[in-house]
Design a protein around this ligand. Sequence first.
Ligand SMILES: *Cc1c(COP(=O)(O)O)cnc(C)c1O
Length: 227
Amino acid sequence: MDIRYNVERVLDRVAEAALRAGRAPQDVTVVAVTKTVDVARIMEAINAGIKHIGENRVQEFVKKHDFIPAGIKRHLIGTLQTNKVKYIVDKVDLIHSLDRISLAKELNKRAGERIIPVLIQVNISRESTKSGIFEEDLESFIEQLQLFDHIRVKGLMTIAPLLSDPEAARPYFARLKKLFDRIKERRYPHIDMEYLSMGMTNDFEVAIEEGANIVRIGRAIFGERYV
Ligand SMILES: *Cc1c(COP(=O)(O)O)cnc(C)c1O
């Protein structure tokens, strides 16, 4: 497993997809998804040019946190239980998985002086196994978030259905992009529609073509996960 080679290859593919979509390669942030990956391998990815890492579980996030160099940005990409907010609130650079008001309330309460940047997770495919706000509930959800001064919505995130053909994910990505643009046009004072986090190993090129500017990539960098 040559992690440096994998990172270079992923960055090339990201750049090509961005150019195909008429955008600059540096427009797209690659979050290397490090779940189940040990610190030594994470360091290989960082040495190869990775600047953002993402974990989906709080326990793993916290365990590795102190071993990762200070300038590296840390993303929490998985479902966040309300009772675990306190462990990460002072460590996380972007939470991708705001999916309920009770979580917003807890983040707001635990933020202290900070303002916590979050993405709202949208369940665009409406799969019962996935968390996230349904499309039709998004605007009322956003309105309710006005109450919370210590979180700042920076965009939207989704997980497309896992399909063997990445092309099959395209309509889901296109749909989230449309929603993203619509909310951006509303110019809510408490929202910055800056980031659209969609696309993983199987489908990141399609996601970028449809407007993603954050992609979350695990296996294409670190290989298959067997745990
Ligand atoms: C695991 C995970 C990823 C990365 O998946 P790969 O298929 O390994 O690229 C992206 N996003 C979330 C939310 C994940 O849990």
